[in-house]
Every structure is written in structure tokens, then in C-alpha cells.
Design a protein around this ligand. Structure first.
Ligand code: FAD
Length: 360
């Protein structure tokens, strides 16, 4: 099975492309059937500056294929609405897991996956020549292209690194401000946090142009003092927030995964988590389908069907978080909802499990 079948032509050289190639190898697909480009040009600034919260489920998937990079474990997630009393805390202890997730730098994740791909020979193995009709293209280039529905949020995220006074505690903070969500995530270095602060594009640009001390004062006013004094520790970037989802994620001989299939608002930190599940399940679906004698087109249809619930569910949750928590008339209700969630362990556990492992 493993050495016959279509060549897998992987487009893209980011985390989802590499993860797919490595999962395919682990599923027993011969490396000479996998064609993937190795790009070792410097990362674009927007990717080099990005930090990612990976769910526990993604972390477990990643450990199957690569040596995980330096990461900060998340012991607690604290969710609140600015100016309202209700809040909820989800802890790894109550969930009975070692961590709810891990925060790492995009650049170090990419490096780990590139190292694993290089050791597995994925960058030097000559691939089988693809005869017409015998190649299957896996798009993981991080761009949905033309066939996408687009939802704008009239938001842009200000991204920066922040140093904090408080001792490391493993708490990830998600705070819904009137203009958009503000997240502070612990980084692998002590006292260092990643800031994702969403607001209207004009407001984010205004904040990004402030002197670091003035920005820190505004951030402190919006977030408060749970982490002690905050200082801006890196240049700021502004990223527009748009959700793009492809209408079709498979054809008879092509599949789109990761951000090539859907690019989400980062509010719930779900984009790469969804992309890694795409990569794993596509590789497994192709290998299992081949073993059962199914043609590639049927494997792709089965894959798309199996991904529907997780994909649409994650998109819906992310869109809702990005929009509902910023609607002013609903703010007292949001606070009540969070307080209720805080009191109800089964509901809290259900939300946490969904975010840790996706829809199973
Ligand atoms: C501000 C922000 C914060 C986010 N936070 C989270 C989070 O906390 N958790 C989460 O799960 N998701 C998060 N995401 C989403 C996450 O970054 C994407 O879902 C994920 O990066 C998709 O991976 P991908 O490989 O599909 O494509 P991308 O990472 O979007 O793009 C990779 C593509 O870039 C291209 N590229 C260009 N130059 C290079 C180069 N030198 N080397 C390699 N590739 C290169 C390649 O074609 C490659 O395929 C966030 C997104 C944003 C915008």
C-alpha cells in the first residue's frame, strides 16, 4: 500500500504543510511519494512575531511528529468582561490534565517541524514523478484564495510582547473589552507575556504609534493589575482581523487544510489547532482509505465529511467570541453567563474539552 498510490504534492512550507507531511510518513506512506518544498528564507515579520496557544490535543499531536519547542504550560484560563463582576476560571487541575495548553513562538514551532522533516529525509528524497492523474495536491499555503467567504469584524489586533511584575503562575488571561478581546498569554521566558489586543483598526493603529510607556499606561488601564506593572518589551504590530473560509475543501484530487481552508479570528486561539487536526485526519484518512482499496477521490470526500462538524463548530465558536462579547447592550448578560459558567463545573469542563480537543 505505502509505496503505491498518488504522489502527495504538498503546497506550502508552514506548520500545517510540514505537519501533514510528517503525519503522512507516520501513517506509513512512503516518503518518496511526498513532495514538499523546503523554504529557508527569513519568515515574514507578521509570522516571526506571532505566538501561538496550542491546545493540549494539538500538543499531543505535535509530540507524535516532532520534538516540541520551548513552551509555557497554561495552568489556568481566566475569562472576564471588562467592568463586570462575572468571570470564569478553568484550571488544568480540575480538568485532570497536565496543562490546558501550551504557548510557543511560531518561529520555534516551525524550526522543530523543519528539523523533524529534515531528519525524516522529507527535504532530500527524490519524489516519484507524478504521472497525469496520479498526483494529489494538498494545499497548505496559508491562503484560502478566491473560493472563500469573508467576514470582516472591523477589528485589528495589536500584537506585542510584554514584561510583567508578577511571579510566573501559568495563567492565560482573556478579557472582553468594549472594543474587542484582549489576551495576555504566558511565554516560555519568566515574566514575559504575549499581548493580543483587538480594537477598531483606527484605535489599534493609534495605540501602536504610542511611545512604549504611554501604551503600557493604556494597557494597564484596560487590563488592571492582576500581573502587577506591565511594560512593553517589543515593537508593536497591527494585524487586521478577517475570517476567511473556503466553501469547498476538497475536489477529486485536491484538498485544502489549515489556513488554506479557513483563517479564523485569533480570539479563541483555535486556527492552528484546527489546522493540525486537518493535517492529522487527512493523512490518516488517505492511508486508511488506500489500505481499504478506496480511490483517492473517495478518501477526500470521506475526509471532508468527517471534518465538517469540528470545522463548522470551531468557526462558529470563534465568530461568536469575536462578536458577541463586544456588543455593549449584552455586557451585563455576558457577565452573568460567565458567572454561571464559573459555578457549573460540567459546563465549564465541556467548554474546556471542546477547546482542548475539538469536536470528536
Ligand atoms: C495574531 C494571530 C494570533 C494567532 N494565535 C493563534 C493561537 O494562539 N492559536 C492557534 O491555534 N492559532 C492562532 N492563530 C492562527 C494560526 O497562526 C494559523 O492558523 C496557523 O499559522 C496556520 O498555519 P498554516 O501552516 O496553515 O499557514 P500560515 O502559518 O498562515 O502560513 C504559512 C505559509 O507561509 C508561507 N511562508 C512564507 N515565508 C515562509 C518562510 N520563510 N518559511 C516558511 N513558510 C513561509 C508558506 O507558504 C507557508 O505555507 C493566530 C493568528 C493570528 C493572525
Amino acid at each position: 500500500m505505502a509505496n503505491t498510490g498518488p504522489t502527495l504534492q504538498v503546497i506550502g512550507s508552514g506548520p500545517v504543510a510540514l505537519a501533514f507531511a510528517l503525519f503522512a510518513l507516520r501513517q506509513g506512506i512512503d516518503r518518496r511519494r511526498i513532495a514538499i518544498e523546503h523554504r529557508d528564507t527569513p519568515l515574514p515579520a507578521a509570522l516571526a512575531a506571532r505566538q501561538l496557544a496550542l491546545s493540549l490535543g494539538s500538543w499531543q499531536l505535535l509530540r507524535r511528529i516532532a520534538r516540541p519547542p520551548a513552551a509555557a504550560p497554561i495552568a489556568t484560563v481566566d475569562v472576564s468582561v471588562t467592568g463586570q463582576p462575572g468571570r470564569t476560571r478553568i484550571t488544568a487541575t480540575e480538568m485532570g490534565v497536565p496543562a490546558l495548553g501550551y504557548v510557543l513562538r511560531y518561529a520555534s514551532l516551525l524550526q522543530s517541524l523543519q528539523d523533524a522533516a529534515r531528519s525524516a529525509g522529507l527535504f532530500d528524497a527524490p519524489t516519484q514523478p507524478a504521472t497525469p492523474g496520479a498526483a494529489l495536491t494538498v494545499h497548505a499555503e496559508g491562503d484560502t484564495g478566491e473560493d472563500a467567504s469573508v467576514l470582516g469584524f472591523d477589528q485589528a489586533a495589536l500584537l506585542a510582547e510584554v514584561t510583567v511584575e508578577a511571579e510566573p503562575s501559568g495563567v492565560a488571561w482573556e478579557c472582553f473589552t468594549p472594543q474587542g478581546p484582549l489576551a495576555l498569554l504566558p511565554l516560555p521566558e519568566p515574566h514575559r507575556y504575549s499581548l493580543v489586543w483587538c480594537a477598531t483598526p483606527q484605535e489599534s493603529r493609534r495605540r501602536a504609534a504610542l511611545a512604549p510607556e504611554a501604551l503600557a499606561t493604556e494597557l494597564q488601564a484596560a487590563f488592571g493589575w492582576p500581573l502587577g506593572r506591565l511594560s512593553i518589551a517589543s515593537p508593536c504590530m497591527v494585524a487586521p482581523m478577517v475570517r476567511r473560509t473556503r466553501r469547498h475543501t476538497v475536489t477529486a484530487d485536491q484538498a485544502w487544510i489549515g489556513n488554506a481552508a479557513q483563517a479564523l479570528h485569533p480570539v479563541a486561539g483555535q486556527g492552528l489547532n484546527l489546522g493540525l487536526r486537518d493535517a492529522f485526519l487527512l493523512a490518516r484518512g488517505l492511508a486508511d482509505g488506500e489500505a481499504a482499496g478506496l480511490p483517492a477521490a473517495a478518501c477526500l470526500q470521506d475526509y471532508a465529511k468527517a471534518r465538517r462538524l469540528d470545522r463548522h463548530g470551531t468557526i462558529a465558536i470563534t465568530d461568536t467570541f469575536a462578536r458577541v462579547f463586544t456588543l455593549d447592550p449584552l455586557r451585563p448578560l455576558q457577565s452573568v453567563a460567565l458567572a454561571a459558567l464559573d459555578l457549573a463545573l460540567p459546563a465549564r469542563a465541556a467548554v474546556a474539552r471542546r477547546l482542548m480537543f475539538g469536536q470528536r
